[in-house]
Design a protein around this ligand. Sequence first.
Ligand code: SF4
Length: 165
Amino acid sequence: MISEQDVGGVHIKYLYHCPRQLWLFARGFRPEATSATVQLGEAVHDTSYRRAHPVDLGSARLDDLDGNLWVHETKSSSRPSPADEAQAIHYCYRLRLVGVDTQGAILRYPKTRRTQRMPYEPDWDERARTDIANVRTTVAQPLSPPRPARTRCRGCSYFDYCWSQ
Ligand code: SF4
């Protein structure tokens, strides 16, 4: 069973994208290491954010925390998603747990030049705790969660594994 402290940003992202992906990831299955999608994400990150100051919180590692205590995340997708927002809220929660009074998060999408500012809201801590609990419940399931509609799997690095049977 994964502990509360071990739940990181990737777990939160996968919880929202696909519980099956979360379940597989938590069991050490990592096809994303060779995925073209992930390589694109890393390239976008490297070329967009050279002067960032990453913060390592153990299981959660965020791109940057600026001097005004805003969390910055750079994404390779085109537009904000519930997964991106939940991940940002999770990082703010983790920082607040260790006494860093974050002001919120700024999500950047270099591909479409979009920026989304998310000022901290009082219900974020509760949302983050609920997400952590849902991650732990999903991971504890004895069988992998079912696949969603195939259209949701487009671009997923687990595609070959899930759909080659
Ligand atoms: S390929 Fe589809 S079912 Fe498999 S982990 Fe990805 S989104 Fe989930």
